[in-house]
Design a protein around this ligand. Structure first.
Ligand code: MIC
Ligand code: SF4
Length: 640
C-alpha cells in the first residue's frame, strides 16, 4: 500500500509508537524556530531544563513580533534572546531582518526534514516539502534539549489540485477555498497534503502562502511535494545542494480528498471575525474600506509585493483609505528597492512599515473606530487589530491593492489587464543580519532586563479538583480571546504576573481578579476551544491565576498540548448536550482518581447532578499532568 508524503517523513523520524492513524507517536525534530513573543518564555524554559547546548541540527531565534519598542521591554528581550543564542548555539536573526516564517522559508527550510516552531504558522515550511509543526514554547524548548515531540499520527487529507489559477486569483484564494470547504476545525489532527497537476503551477512562495494559512483549518501541518520548482527556488536562494526530491507514492492512501480546480477559483474573502467565514469578493463588493494592509507571514513575499506594486503603479490610493505595506524580509525590501518597484507603492501613497509582523498582531497601525480593514493576513479575530470595533476582512494582495485604489472592496478582475511581473532567477541573498552559532561561547553571560521575570512554579496535580465555574464561553474561542496580544500586552510576554492581568480581557475583564479571589476554578467552553495561536501564555497566565481544568466540547490541538504542559486538566463532555446543563458560578468537584481509564466524574454541587467527562490524553501526557506540567516532568528525567 502506497504512502503519503506525510507518512514517509514522519516514519523516517519516528522515535516511538506505530505509524497508524490516531496512535500516539513521538518524532525526532531536526530544526526548531522561535520568535521573540513566544521565544523569551521558551528559552527561560530551556535554561531551566539545564542542557549546555542545543541538540537539534539547527535552531533559529527570530525577532519579528515585538519590534515596536515603545519602551525598554522589547529591546531588553532582544538582548536576552541574542545572548541565549550565542551561549547555546543557535542562529539569531536580528530585529529588522524580517518575519520568521518568510525568513525560514528563504534561508533554512529543507525538504524531508522536521521543523518545530513556537508559532502556529510554522507549517509555512511545508512549502518546500518538510513536516513543519507549530507548538507551545515548552515543546520547542524540549525539542532543543533533544526530546522527541509527541503527537497523534495524523489523518492525511489529499488536496488534489488541477488546472491553472486565472488572472487576479492567487495562492491566497486557494487556501481561502480550502477554508470555505472545511472551516476552522476541518483539519484538527490532520495534515493537508497538496497533490495533482496543479501543484507545478505554483512557486514555492505561493505554496508557502497556502501551507501558512492551513493553520486556520486547525491542521497539524500542510505540505507540498519537493519537485523541480522547489529545486529552482533553493538554487535561487543559493541552497541548491539542499534539494532532494520527495513525493507521495502514486498509490498513496488518503483519509479524505478535496478536489480543487484552480481554473475555476474566483477572488475570495474571509468576513469578520473568522478566517472560516469565506465568501466571494463579488458578494461583498462595494463596501467602503478605511484601511488596507498588505503583509504578514501569509502574503509578504517578493511576488506579493511585486504584484501589489504593479497594480498600484501610477495610481493614487482612495482619499479615505490608508494603505500599509509590511514586507516579509530584508531580501524582499532590497529587491523592491533595486528594481524600483518600491517607488510604485510609495508614489501611490502606501505607508511602508518595517519588515515585521506589525499590524497583523496589533503592533501599531490599529484602524479607526468601526473601521473596515482589508488585510492580506491570516487572522481576523475580534480585536486582534487593536481596535475592538473594527471589522477585518482577509483577502489576496490583488484584491487588497485594487481595493486600496477604489476605496471599496473590489473584485480585482475588474481592474483591466493583469500587470506582468518578473521574478528574479537569483534572489539577493545576504545573511549578514543572521548571527551564526559559534564555538566557545558557553561562558557568555545571559543579559536579563527587568521585564524578564522568573518562571512561576506549579505543584503536582491533586486527586480532587474543587472550585467554581469562573467563565462559560461559546464555540471557537481563540487564544486571542484568552490571552490577547497587541502593543500594550505583547511586551509583557516574559512577565507572567503582569500579563495575567489581561487574561480574557476582551471577553470579561473581571476574570483575573475574580479568579485570584476564588483561588482559581474552572472554565467551560464549546467546540474548538483555543484555536489560533501557539502562545502558551494562554495556558501559563490562566494557570498563574489558579485555573484547574478546562471543560469543553472539543479542543484545538496546540492549546490542548499547552494546557497539559502547564498542568491544567483538559477535559471534554462525554455528551455535548451536557454543556447546556452547567452555568457560570456553579460549584464543581472533579474526581481525578479514575483519569487513567479515560473518564472522570464531575459533581455539580450547585445543581446536585453528576456529569461524565472524557479526555484523549496519552500515557505520557497523563504523567506530565500529574507532575504538574512538562517542565517538572523533564527535569525529573534529566536529574534521574
Ligand atoms: C499570531 O499570529 O497569533 C502569533 C502572534 O504569531 C502567534 C504566536 C504568539 O502568540 O506569539 C501564533 O500564531 O502562534
Ligand atoms: Fe507574525 Fe502575523 Fe504571522 Fe503571527 S500571523 S507570525 S503575528 S505575521
Amino acid at each position: 500500500m502506497g504512502k503519503t508524503l506525510t507518512e514517509k517523513i514522519l516514519e523516517q523520524h519516528l522515535v516511538n509508537g506505530k505509524s497508524e492513524r490516531g496512535s500516539d507517536i513521538s518524532i525526532k525534530i531536526d530544526q526548531t524556530l522561535t520568535q521573540d513573543a513566544t521565544g523569551t518564555m521558551a528559552y527561560l524554559q530551556f535554561e531551566a531544563i539545564g542542557i549546555p547546548r542545543i541538540q537539534t541540527e539547527l535552531s533559529v531565534s527570530y525577532v519579528d513580533h515585538n519590534t515596536l519598542q515603545t519602551d525598554f521591554k522589547n529591546p531588553d528581550d532582544h538582548r536576552y534572546l541574542q545572548s541565549i543564542a550565542a551561549k547555546y548555539g543557535l542562529y539569531f536573526s536580528r530585529p529588522g531582518n524580517g518575519i520568521c516564517h518568510q525568513l525560514h522559508l528563504e534561508r533554512f527550510a529543507r525538504p524531508g526534514k522536521t521543523l518545530l516552531g513556537s508559532d502556529s504558522h510554522t507549517p509555512t515550511g511545508g512549502g518546500v516539502g518538510m513536516i513543519a509543526i507549530g507548538a507551545g514554547g515548552l515543546d520547542v524548548a524540549a525539542a532543543m534539549a533533544g526530546e522527541a515531540f509527541h503527537l497523534k499520527m495524523p489523518n492525511v487529507i489529499n488536496v488534489h489540485l488541477t488546472g491553472n489559477l486565472p488572472d487576479f486569483v492567487s495562492a491566497k484564494d486557494v487556501i481561502l477555498e480550502v477554508l470555505r470547504r472545511i472551516g476552522v476545525k476541518g483539519a484538527v489532527n490532520k495534515v493537508l497534503e497538496y497533490t495533482g497537476p496543479g501543484v507545478k503551477t505554483l512557486s514555492v512562495p505561493e505554496r508557502g502562502t497556502i501551507t501558512n494559512m492551513g493553520t486556520e483549518t486547525g491542521a497539524t501541518s500542510s505540505i507540498f511535494p519537493s519537485d523541480e520548482i522547489t529545486k529552482e527556488f533553493l538554487i535561487a536562494q543559493e541552497r541548491g545542494e539542499q534539494w532532494v526530491a520527495i513525493a507521495p507514492d502514486e498509490d498513496a492512501v488518503y483519509d479524505e480528498t478535496i478536489e480543487i480546480n484552480l481554473s475555476e477559483l474566483v477572488p475570495l474573502v474571509s468576513l469578520p471575525h473568522s478566517p472560516g467565514n469565506v465568501k466571494t469578493v463579488k458578494e461583498v463588493e462595494g463596501l467602503n474600506v478605511d484601511q488596507v494592509c498588505i503583509g504578514s507571514c501569509t502574503n509578504s513575499t517578493l511576488r506579493d509585493l511585486k504584484i501589489s506594486a504593479n497594480i498600484l503603479k501610477g495610481k493614487t490610493i482612495s482619499e479615505h483609505t490608508v494603505l500599509t505595506v509590511s514586507p516579509g524580509s530584508r531580501q524582499v525590501v532590497n529587491h523592491m528597492i533595486k528594481s524600483g518597484e518600491m517607488s510604485y507603492l510609495i508614489e501611490a501613497g502606501a505607508r511602508i512599515l518595517e519588515n515585521a509582523c506589525g499590524p497583523c498582531i496589533g503592533m501599531g497601525l490599529s484602524p479607526k473606530t468601526d473601521a473596515v480593514t482589508l488585510r492580506t493576513f491570516n487572522r481576523n479575530f475580534l480585536g486582534r487589530s487593536g481596535t475592538k470595533s473594527a471589522q477585518a476582512y482577509l483577502v489576496s494582495p490583488e484584491t487588497a491593492a485594487v481595493s486600496a485604489i477604489s476605496g471599496k472592496i473590489t473584485d480585482p478582475r475588474t481592474f483591466g489587464a493583469l500587470p506582468k511581473i518578473d521574478m528574479p532567477k537569483k534572489f539577493m541573498v545576504n545573511d549578514n543580519m543572521i548571527i551564526p552559532p559559534m564555538e566557545g561561547k558557553e561562558s557568555i553571560e545571559i543579559v536579563r532586563g527587568p521585564n524578564i521575570k522568573p518562571l512561576p512554579e506549579f505543584n503536582p496535580l491533586p486527586d480532587k479538583l474543587k472550585g467554581e465555574v469562573l467563565l462559560k464561553v461559546e464555540d471557537d474561542i481563540t487564544t486571542d480571546h484568552i490571552m490577547p496580544a497587541g502593543a500594550k500586552i505583547l511586551p509583557l510576554r516574559s512577565n507572567i504576573p503582569e500579563i495575567s492581568k489581561f487574561v480574557f480581557n476582551l471577553v470579561d475583564p473581571t476574570f483575573p481578579d475574580r479568579s485570584l479571589e476564588k483561588q482559581g476554578g474552572f472554565i467551560v467552553g464549546g467546540d474548538n476551544y483555543g484555536q489560533g495561536s501557539s502562545r502558551e501564555h494562554a495556558a501559563i497566565a490562566p494557570k498563574y491565576l489558579g485555573l484547574k481544568a478546562v471543560i469543553v466540547k472539543s479542543f484545538a490541538r496546540i492549546h490542548l498540548a499547552n494546557l497539559v504542559n502547564f498542568g491544567i486538566v483538559p477535559l471534554t463532555f462525554e455528551n455535548k448536550e451536557d454543556y447546556a446543563k452547567v452555568e457560570q458560578g456553579d460549584e464543581f468537584e472533579i474526581d481525578l482518581t479514575t483519569i487513567e481509564s479515560g473518564k472522570v466524574a464531575l459533581k455539580n454541587l450547585t445543581k446536585g447532578t453528576e456529569i461524565q467527562l472524557t479526555h484523549s490524553l496519552s500515557e505520557t501526557e497523563l504523567k506530565v499532568l500529574k507532575a504538574g506540567g512538562k517542565l517538572p516532568f523533564i527535569k525529573q528525567k534529566h536529574v534521574n
